[in-house]
Write a protein of this length. Structure first.
Length: 194
């Protein structure tokens, strides 16, 4: 069966993203060259530049794909059938699970801010992982389960705690201890009398 141009183009893009992710994780962004990416993907240099303006644009696409996958895993485990606090706790557990995928912490929390800048990574996170957190917090506040606090500030600070926990797990910290503390941190937001 003949593939359409769109299908071939999508396949080339996926090959580039897969090869780039693998090399960025193995070697780092700085140590990976575009000729290495092209060779690993089995495509031409022209194909790379047809899909991405430069190596940084390719890295951004990799980071966005990783961030979407994290958000997807959070949403899958923190479903709407759970009570708001339990959904937040399951979401935090899902985040740590998602960030344990080899290379993901490096891509999103270390190289991402260095390559794209903190503002760009915050924008990516705000559309993905922090979006899921913000929505969960907003739902809990709306139901009166947690006390009302400035939503953006609360999301920012809790998101930073989750990121720091993922970095700690990456360097050998006890994930169960971190899950316990994050869970208690979330439970500490419960409105008095709930």
């Amino acid at each position: 069966m003949r593939r359409t141009n769109r299908e071939r183009s999508q396949e080339t893009r996926e090959k580039l993203l897969d090869a780039a992710r693998r090399l960025f994780v193995e070697k780092s962004y700085a140590e990976t060259s575009t000729p290495e990416i092209v060779e690993a993907a089995g495509v031409t240099r022209g194909a790379l530049y047809h899909h991405f303006a430069d190596k940084q644009a390719l890295f951004r696409a990799v980071a966005e794909q990783e961030a979407r996958e994290v958000a997807g895993e959070i949403e899958a485990k923190a479903g709407s059938e759970l009570a708001p606090i339990e959904a937040l706790i399951e979401g935090s557990n899902a985040f740590l699970d998602a960030m344990s995928v080899p290379g993901r912490t490096r891509l999103l929390l270390l190289d991402g801010p260095a390559v794209l800048g903190r503002i760009a990574m915050d924008e990516i996170d705000d559309r993905n992982g922090n979006r899921t957190l913000r929505e969960g917090l907003q739902a809990a506040m709306k139901e009166g389960v947690i006390r009302p606090l400035p939503l953006v500030a609360l999301t920012t600070l809790l998101g930073a705690a989750f990121d720091r926990a993922a970095l700690a797990v990456e360097t050998g910290a006890d994930a169960d201890d971190l899950r316990l503390v994050l869970s208690d941190l979330i439970r500490g937001l419960v409105a008095t009398g709930k």
